[in-house]
Design a protein around this ligand. Structure first.
Ligand code: GDP
Ligand code: MN
Length: 344
């Protein structure tokens, strides 16, 4: 494996109060996710935030219960904000053909496509694709760290990842990359290609087409499904607020693929990062230990594992079990002048 960009321990660690970036921990969830949410918050606090006290922002399409607010406020070491989403953020796009959407749901339920039966899952994917970063509670932040209920951060995070993004001029950070279920995104790539052909100025000069398209055809090739798993994301919100991303989202939304298919926010964020950012702006948090059902990423480096007090098994790390997208990531990130004999 190529080791790149491994951070050194943050020098602010010994400060009594490290200077904070303009950033928030962010969780979208329901009241019924409370126990899993508490588990994630406790974990992120213990592994990271008890030394930093970044604020938490919680969002829900329904009002948060008193019980949820009380318990999460106690668990967090910092300020917490609770947001009930509005109809324009959590809902259906204008001019959606509801009959067609319902027919898709019926068809995908029969075909047992994952979450194919669910309208709320589609609304969630649309929200996570196009709305979270415009919500007034996130509007004044530059960076966010997405935390889902029930995930495990299995190593200490001994430095400030927001600061790492800022210092290294990164806009998007991931830990796990996997191929998407092709049945959920049948026309996503064609729609994306049309968008980029209409807006070629948005394509970054040193983009990551080599990560998401296997052959040398670039945009004219086919999407290999590789995406950054968006249940973990540490990213610059200004990337999502850029003209390129917001125009891309509007274009996708007007093609109704969240509802006539089952487009996920993960491939959309990932395709956008791959096309509109330069390679150098995407960061692989290789040193993070992370688990979200059913996959884990565990640092293989012995010293990182020990120093990070990791509890994950490096033998169960996703890139060994499910070997598809990581080699493409490394291929994409190869030194530009380095000619590989054969492609991975
Ligand atoms: P998966 O990771 O693709 O299996 O999907 P999840 O069920 O974990 O949902 C992704 C994120 O959206 C999680 O943070 C959930 O808590 C959240 N989420 C999913 N559906 C809803 C919903 O209907 N309402 C709210 N408020 N949050 C939701
Ligand atoms: Mn999840």
């Amino acid at each position: 494996l190529v080791k790149h960009d491994l951070p050194t321990v943050d020098s602010t660690l010994n400060d009594i109060e490290p200077a904070l970036m303009n950033a928030t921990l962010f969780m979208l969830c329901r009241n019924k996710d409370l126990i899993a949410a508490l588990s994630s918050i406790q974990n992120v606090e213990d592994r990271f935030n008890k030394r930093y006290h970044y604020p938490w922002t919680f969002m829900n399409d329904a009002p948060f219960s008193k019980e949820f607010i009380n318990a999460t406020t106690e668990m967090a070491s910092s300020n917490t904000t609770y947001v009930q989403l509005e109809q324009h953020e959590w809902g259906l796009p204008k001019n959606l053909n509801m009959n067609r959407a319902l027919q898709t749901i019926r068809d995908m339920t029969k075909q047992r496509i994952i979450y194919g039966f669910s309208l709320s899952y589609r609304i969630m994917c649309r929200f996570n694709s196009g709305f979270f970063y415009r919500n007034s509670a996130l509007k004044d932040y530059d960076y966010y760290w997405r935390v889902e209920p029930g995930v495990i951060y299995s190593c200490d995070v001994p430095y400030d990842p927001f600061r790492l993004l800022r210092d290294k001029k990164k806009a998007y950070g991931f830990v796990v990359t996997l191929p998407e279920y092709p049945e959920t995104i049948r026309t996503l790539w064609n729609t994306t290609r049309d968008f980029v052909k209409k807006n070629p100025h948005y394509l970054a000069p040193d983009n990551s087409l080599d990560f998401i398209v296997d052959d040398e055809k670039g945009l004219d090739g086919e999407y290999n499904g590789c995406h950054f798993w968006s249940n973990f994301e540490i990213a610059d919100l200004n990337f999502f607020r850029s003209d390129a991303y917001t125009d891309y989202f509007e274009y996708l939304d007007q093609h109704f693929g969240f509802f006539y298919e089952r487009w996920g926010d993960a491939p959309i964020h990932s395709i956008a990062a791959s096309l509109f950012l330069n390679k150098s702006q995407i960061h692989y948090f290789e040193d993070f230990g992370y688990y979200h059902l059913p996959w884990s990423h565990c640092p293989s480096d012995y010293l990182l594992h020990a120093n990070g007090r990791c509890i994950c098994d490096p033998a169960n790390t996703v890139e060994l079990e499910y070997e598809f997208c990581y080699p493409r990531w490394y291929y994409n990130m190869r030194a530009p002048d380095h000619k590989l004999e054969s492609k991975v």
